[in-house]
Write a protein that binds this ligand. Structure first.
Ligand SMILES: C[S@@+](CC[C@H](N)C(=O)[O-])C[C@H]1O[C@@H](n2cnc3c(N)ncnc32)[C@H](O)[C@@H]1O
Length: 299
């Protein structure tokens, strides 16, 4: 819907500016594919036209065909009505890689994108067994397999729908030989293994927060976000299981959103916090030794 006096755009640059204004008026929330609506609009316009994300600025000034204008008009309007850009385009980018995404999975936006390529205290050559628990689209399992080139990665996911998306992505990235998929409630149905690294971006939002999420976030699977009353329902079980699944020198790294204080109360001295570019204290790490000592002392 155009504001009074607003012209229909005829170039990609025009559509980008139009989209950002339209979404602003519609009360859209950013954060799924970009930190602000202007960057999300650039993503939707470029990829809606099938152009690379690193296209030179002159492509934005080209006059578009009637079919291109019609496609962008439809995408911009559906986004204004609450559909996430990544679901409209069926893609999301993480660590320079393209992943198929749709309503069956969370739109990838994890801090592990910055941490897997060098931000975890592990020598890549020493990582032979790794797991991505709560794998969703398998984006993190794939990033791990590409960084830890000698590792076999187990991607664990409870949702059968999400696992279909994960299977597609693992095939697309030609990693079926090294990334194994398991439908499992955390590690319950995964064969025993001693992991050098367990990574997880589990559901960690308290249920009451999920109830009030902006509408585009409500389109994501609830089970990808909802961590129960205090956000810790999945984390509690995962921490207990990881203590038994890690190799003696192994580490557990978890993204936990705003739960730092709760984690420090629940597992005093067990986790330390990994720096990320925005200084958000969202990702924590525990060694196998620290987890085992904690569980031994709590028996
Ligand atoms: C926050 S999403 C993370 C997805 C992906 N790793 C990413 O970073 O984009 C959490 C995922 O955990 C899955 N999940 C929820 N409960 C689970 C459980 N008990 N066991 C395994 N996976 C679970 C959800 O279906 C969802 O795909």
């Amino acid at each position: 819907m155009r504001a009074a006096g607003e012209k229909t755009p005829a170039t990609a640059a025009g559509w980008r500016a139009f989209a950002a204004r339209r979404w602003e008026r519609a009360g859209a929330a950013a954060g799924q594919v970009a930190a602000d609506l202007g960057d999300e609009a650039l993503f939707l316009v470029l990829r809606g036209l099938g152009l690379p994300l690193d296209s030179p600025p002159e492509v934005l000034r080209r006059k578009l065909s009637a079919a291109e204008n019609a496609r962008l008009a439809s995408l911009v309007e559906r986004r204004a009505e609450g559909a996430p850009s990544a679901y409209l385009l069926k893609e999301a980018w993480l660590g320079g890689l393209r992943f198929h995404v749709d309503e069956r999975v969370l739109i990838p936006r994890s801090y592990f994108t910055e941490l897997i390529p060098g931000g975890l205290p592990l020598e890549p050559a020493n990582v032979r067994r790794a797991a991505d628990v709560c794998a969703g689209s398998a984006c993190l399992a794939i990033l791990m397999a590409r960084h830890y080139r000698r590792a076999r990665v187990d991607a664990v996911e409870l949702s059968a729908d999400a696992l279909e998306v994960a299977r597609l992505n693992v095939r697309r990235h030609r990693l079926t030989g090294r990334v194994a998929l398991f439908r499992s409630d955390l590690f319950d149905a995964v064969p025993e293994a001693a992991y050098d690294l367990i990574v997880s971006n589990p559901p960690y939002e308290p249920s009451a927060v999920c109830d009030k999420l902006p509408r585009e976030f409500q389109r994501e699977p609830r089970m990808a976000l909802d961590g129960g009353r205090d956000g810790l329902a999945i984390i509690r079980r995962l921490v207990a299981q990881a203590a038994r699944r890690l190799a003696p020198e192994g580490v557990l790294a978890m993204e936990v959103g705003g739960l730092r204080n709760a984690m420090e109360r629940g597992w005093p001295g067990v986790f330390h916090w990994l720096p990320t570019a925005d200084g958000s204290d969202c990702v924590c790490l525990a060694t196998s030794g620290a987890l085992r000592r904690f569980h031994a002392a709590s028996k």
